[in-house]
Write a protein that binds this ligand. Structure first.
Ligand code: NAD
Length: 407
């Protein structure tokens, strides 16, 4: 199994030139050498390659994640590369917490976290690890939201970099990465046609926008549901239908949630769905649609394809849940394309390096990745792509710094 995982990791490494450059720089400068880094990310080939790059640069790396988003062959391939892996596909919630505890027992100096899962665990049940933890770097929108809530109530005890909020991350990963990988996973899992289907997208943030555009490109009739007026207006001017959730669900053939909010698709909307509707979640919260309520309302459930579960309801309807209701591109697919994760994981590797060097100068709280690091990653990516851009002339720079010339 590890040979197949190794092939997958080796394949993506060819498409991540910026991360390869970051690895070399970290190695030459000794930034992570002998330092303990925990990587809490879905275990697929790109995350495995990030962990492996950090280990190559000298870090002691341990990795863990929840079972719905673990590819066992990749985990085995990563372990064969000398990284400690605590994860198993299909593991229970209790096992997942045990895996996180194993990682915390290694006393990481930096945690590259997802959804702030391990940082929250460290602050609630394992405060002793905070003595040696310098900081964390957070992968996703929902994790940054949780860290900001901790900061607001004074709970957060370490500096955390909002890696998600780096421009090299959300502009590409959340939008183009999710757009492609969520739609791919849905179609691969079901082997159905998107052209002509009525698709409802709940949440029109970066992730929702990416999915909506890709789905329209494949011929879906997309309706967007939002709670935020600017996002709804943006969807309207992007050419999508905008409607309240329950109205949109009445005719939906596919519903995708991308909100980061628990139960964004609640019982009323589920009741409105027609027979045969497909449900999938692209957001970072596991129960963006209420899978537990759906399960208890069902008279029978059955796995109809590897990643599709049928829920038969008492009113003669069947609904189909794709990817267990958790991030569908990771539970029923291999996640974002490697070229996109080249940016995200360069952000993460450099955030970890930055924390190792500067965390002691930072207050506990949520911090941005320094803009010059973000920009350097974008420039390295342009260079890797062979794309050149212009620079402002001294005269243009002077114009932007002044104000008299506006008259
Ligand atoms: N699948 C992936 O690979 C992937 C990648 C990046 C982010 N994410 C996750 O996807 C989610 C969305 O991320 P984002 O960056 O687009 O966030 P965002 O904050 O940019 O967008 C979320 C949108 O959802 C809307 N929303 C919130 N509650 C709603 C509700 N009840 N009904 C309708 N709309 C609602 C908000 O108004 C907002 O416009 C987060 O949980 C994030 O962690 C997933």
């Amino acid at each position: 199994m590890s040979a197949e995982g190794e092939r997958k990791i080796a394949w993506v490494s060819e498409w991540m030139p910026v991360l390869n450059g970051v690895r070399e720089r970290l190695r030459q400068e000794g930034t992570v050498d002998g330092r303990r880094i925990a990587v809490i990310l879905p275990i697929e080939p790109k995350t495995a390659y990030l962990a492996s790059c950090l280990a190559d640069a000298g870090a002691e790396v341990s990795v863990a994640f929840q079972g719905a988003m673990v590819h066992d062959d990749v985990a085995a391939g990563l372990a064969a590369r000398g990284v400690e892996v605590f994860a198993r596909q299909g593991s229970s919630h209790e096992e997942e917490i045990d895996y996180f505890r194993e990682v915390l027992a290694r006393r990481p100096e930096v945690v590259i976290d997802d959804r702030a899962d391990v940082i929250r665990l460290a602050h609630t049940t394992h405060p002793e690890v905070l003595d040696t933890l310098l900081g964390a770097s957070e992968e996703t929108t929902s994790g940054v939201t949780a860290l900001r809530a901790m900061e607001a109530d004074g709970t957060l005890k370490v500096p955390c970099i909002a890696a998600n909020d780096a421009r090299c991350k959300y502009l590409f990963d959340n939008r183009y990465g999710s757009g492609q990988s969520v739609v791919n996973a849905l179609l691969d899992a079901t082997n159905l046609l998107l052209a002509g289907k009525r698709m409802v997208i709940v949440g029109y943030g970066w992730v929702g926008k990416g999915i909506a555009r890709r789905a329209r490109g494949l011929g879906a009739e997309v309706t967007v549901c939002e709670v935020e007026p600017f996002a709804a207006l943006e969807a309207h001017h992007d050419g999508f239908e905008v409607a309240p959730l329950v109205d949109a669900c009445a005719t939906a053939e596919v519903v995708l949630t991308a909100t980061g909010v628990r139960h964004a698709l609640g019982p009323e909307a589920i009741d409105a769905l027609p027979d045969g509707a497909l449900l999938a979640n692209a957001g970072g919260i596991d129960d963006e649609f209420d899978v537990t309520a759906l399960r208890s309302a069902a008279t029978a459930t059955s796995r109809v394809r590897e990643h599709v579960e049928e829920f038969r309801l008492g009113d003669d309807r069947s609904l189909f849940v794709v990817g267990q209701g958790v991030c569908v591109n990771l539970s029923a697919g291999e996640g974002h394309p490697a070229e996109i994760m080249d940016l995200t994981f360069s952000v993460q590797a450099l955030s970890a390096g930055y924390l190792l060097q500067h965390a002691r100068d930072l207050q506990p709280g949520v911090h941005p990745l320094p803009a010059e690091i973000d920009e350097a990653i974008a420039r390295a990516k342009l260079q890797a792509l062979g794309l050149r851009i212009d620079t402002l002339t001294p005269e243009q720079e002077a114009f932007l710094r002044g104000w008299e010339a506006f008259a």
